[in-house]
Design a protein around this ligand. Structure first.
Ligand SMILES: NC(=O)c1ccc[n+]([C@@H]2O[C@H](COP(=O)([O-])OP(=O)(O)OC[C@H]3O[C@@H](n4cnc5c(N)ncnc54)[C@H](OP(=O)(O)O)[C@@H]3O)[C@@H](O)[C@H]2O)c1
Length: 259
């Protein structure tokens, strides 16, 4: 496990931020939001071209092509961030494997893919980053989903929802475990957010737009979310003024999960 200590001089400088799944959607918007406020960001994903597109025009963004589900990935990600920035202040567990499937069609391979990326990877990456996060009094942000809140069910998306419900439990648990070490742990639970992820997963643009319209109609606020507004909330949750809110999982969903 990597451990690192920063000096008082460094504490005043730009923060070091890691965003997994930073080549698209909410991860891209979040990486840019941190970079635009002067922080330095390492974006991680499996597609170099997407990571490069995130970094384009943003001097503060570095990229690392890696599959976070691979056994050596957690230490590689942490070591790369420490080499680039000398510190890690914020870790954003955002990458996700999508995989709609009902139980009858679920197999071991899907379980490995879903929980390997959505659950095991955040656990191991956060563990690898603990020493560096402790050195600077850092923050872990687990990106969950408002669809997994409360006593809900999610037909055909059970493995994803179960991973997010588990992540929320870990957010609360780690908040308690790590508070004495000066590490804050929070979650954010977006509602449906227009990241154009549907077409990337094989939906037509028209079908994705239809899905967004249907969900906007079901949302009390009358619209779906944008990646930029989720990114804004993630930035706020990592501000020094927000530190006492450790353990919260903040829904940002226009009220969808309340209906
Ligand atoms: N969009 C929504 O409506 C919505 C709603 C609720 C919650 N969320 C949550 O918000 C987060 C971001 O969602 P999004 O819609 O922005 O997703 P997205 O656009 O599909 O982005 C997911 C990212 O994760 C990366 N990724 C997937 N598997 C990976 C792996 N094994 N190693 C490294 N990177 C990996 C993907 O890049 P590569 O494929 O190139 O690796 C991709 O850039 C997720 O945690 C999601 O569950 C989204």
């Amino acid at each position: 496990m990597t451990s690192h200590h920063i000096t008082a001089d460094q504490a005043a400088g730009p923060r070091g931020v890691i965003v997994t799944g930073g080549g698209t959607g909410i991860g891209r918007a979040t990486a840019r939001a941190f970079a635009e406020q002067g922080d330095r960001v390492l974006v991680v994903g499996r597609t170099p071209a997407a990571l490069d597109a995130t970094a384009e025009g943003h001097d503060g963004i570095r990229v690392l092509a890696a599959d976070i589900a691979e056994p050596d990935a957690p230490d590689r990600v942490v070591d790369t961030a420490l080499r680039a920035f000398g510190r890690i202040d914020v870790l954003i567990n955002n990458a996700v494997a999508h995989g709609y499937r009902r139980l009858a069609d679920t197999d071991r391979e899907l379980l490995d893919e879903q929980w390997g990326t959505n659950l095991r990877a955040p656990v191991l990456l956060t563990r690898s980053a603990l020493g560096a996060l402790e050195a600077g009094g850092g923050t872990v942000v687990n990106v969950s989903s408002s669809g997994a809140r409360g006593e809900r069910a999610w037909p055909e998306n059970g493995l994803y929802g179960a991973a997010k419900a588990a992540l929320d439990f870990l957010t609360r648990t780690w908040a308690v475990e790590l508070a004495p070490r000066g590490i804050q742990v929070v979650g954010i639970a977006p509602g449906v957010t227009d990241t154009r992820s549907g077409p990337r997963l094989g939906m037509t643009e028209q079908a994705y737009d239809g899905f967004l319209t249907q969900l906007a109609d079901r949302t009390p606020a009358g619209r779906v979310g944008t990646p930029d507004e989720i990114a804004w909330w993630i930035c706020q949750l990592t501000r020094p003024e927000a530190r006492h809110a450790t353990g919260v999982v903040l829904p940002v969903d226009g009220g969808l999960s309340l209906t």
